[in-house]
Design a binder for this molecule. Structure first.
Ligand SMILES: Nc1nc2c(ncn2[C@@H]2O[C@H](COP(=O)(O)OP(=O)(O)OP(=O)(O)O)[C@@H](O)[C@H]2O)c(=O)[nH]1
Length: 401
């Protein structure tokens, strides 16, 4: 018995030393964890990008999680990577300014909301029927009753101005009113920066098919594009394909993915990912979780456990709820339940490219008090943008170019 215990102890020490050594050496390796599938790979973290990415001057949203005053990425002391001739990493574009680049993806919301409103407001003398049309247009775009009333009232007080306004003035006025209901003062900084010697830890949650895994992959790319180092945790142990998918996202940009056995304990994978991130001194650890129905209390409790276990390693700095923008009111209901389980700190609205209801951003924020931090605007690897109220309002109204 004693012999077995000693053997296990030696094995554990050897495994820990092995992981440290191999990750430190920056090699691809087999995961040394008895919870892992044989042959599961760890892809080494990418060393910090030496190239400074250009940022638009005067931009308030300077990129994912980088507050304007700390826009310079701190140097990260990762070990030098060894050359692996068969590995070629993609270099994703930085995150700043993406919303402007992707604005045409909001075409469906744009034509039904922005152009619809501009058409009515441009009429010579606005009648009660016209105001009703404005209201209906806003409600149809899922702006929500509270914000709709606010916008209509504010526009009505400016009827005199509207009557004589040029097309450009009208557009500006509408952009201003939409921006005002999009929570321009909300803090949208992502918790993806190192703090007190520890990485930012992001837990990504949501119902099945909302776009969690895709979003984790896209965030990883954007962070790499911003010159940050990342570790991914595939805590969706329910579906092996989800871990494969995540690993592929990571491999393309040279970030490490920690995964476990299919059906294994998601909390232990998340713990392991964060431990690896702490030891590797990376900027951020992004943990993907399995899709779960908000109506299943057991699954929601499991999420609470994942967070508690992770926090034995390092505080969770961001809990992102991924909501499918096409689900309307149901998204708001989901958000309420998720936030009871894990205190959601930010929302990612995905599939905004596939809906005419871009106003859902307003509703989610007003009804939940949680900022929308990122928006998904397509299935492409870089179709994710930091949310910026003014740029979003401009994109919705359209017609500037
Ligand atoms: N059009 C569009 N499709 C998206 C967007 N984000 C994700 N998707 C698609 O949504 C589908 C589901 O994405 P996943 O990332 O697998 O969703 P998930 O939430 O991880 O799913 P589960 O693991 O089953 O819970 C995929 O086909 C994605 O390409 C987006 O912003 N726009």
């Amino acid at each position: 018995m004693e012999f077995v215990l000693i053997a296990i102890a030696i094995l554990v020490v050897a495994l820990i030393a092995g992981v440290g050594l191999l990750v430190g050496k920056g090699r691809r390796t087999t995961r040394l964890d008895d919870d892992a599938l044989p042959g599961t790979t760890l892809t080494r973290p990418r060393p910090p990008a030496p190239v400074e990415q250009p940022r638009p001057s005067g931009s308030t949203a300077s990129g994912l999680g980088l507050p304007p005053e700390t826009a310079e990425a701190p140097p990260v002391d990762l070990p030098p990577a060894e050359a692996e001739p068969d590995l070629v990493f993609e270099t994703p574009p930085p995150s700043a300014g993406r919303l402007v680049r992707l604005r045409s993806r909001l075409a469906r919301s744009q034509s039904s909301l922005g152009r619809g409103l501009l058409t009515v407001l441009a009429r010579e003398k606005l009648t009660e029927d016209d105001w009703e049309e404005v209201e209906e247009t806003l409600l149809a775009a899922d702006v929500g009753i509270g914000a709709t009333t606010q916008i209509v009232e504010r526009l009505r007080t400016q009827s005199m101005v509207l009557a004589t306004a040029s097309g450009a003035d009208l557009r500006e006025l509408l952009v201003r009113e939409l921006t005002a209901v999009l929570g321009p003062d909300m803090d949208r900084t992502l918790g993806v920066t190192r703090h007190e010697g520890r990485p930012g830890v992001v837990l990504v949650v949501g119902v099945n098919g909302a776009g969690k895994t895709t979003t984790v992959g896209k965030i990883a790319r954007a962070l790499v594009g911003d010159g940050k180092s990342v570790v991914l945790g595939a805590a969706d142990t329910f579906r092996a394909a989800a871990a494969d998918q995540l690993e592929t996202w990571g491999e393309r940009v040279g970030v490490l993915t920690v995964r476990g056995r299919e059906g294994g304990d998601p909390a232990s994978v998340a713990f392991e990912a964060v431990r690896t991130g702490v030891e590797g001194e990376v900027d951020a650890v992004l943990v993907d979780t399995a899709g779960r129905l908000h109506t299943k209390s057991g699954l929601m409790d499991e999420l609470g456990k994942v967070k508690r276990v992770v926090e034995k390693q390092s505080p969770v700095t961001e809990v992102l709820l991924v909501l499918d923008a096409t689900t309307g009111q149901n998204g708001v209901v989901q958000a309420r339940v998720f936030t009871e389980a894990v205190t959601v700190t930010g929302v990612v609205l995905t599939k905004l490219d596939g809906t005419a209801k871009g106003g859902i951003v307003v509703r989610v924020q007003q009804e939940l008090g949680i900022p929308v931090k990122l928006v998904g605007l397509g299935e492409g690897p870089d179709d994710l943008a930091p949310f910026e109220p003014r740029a979003f309002a401009e994109a919705l109204v359209g017609g500037a170019d």
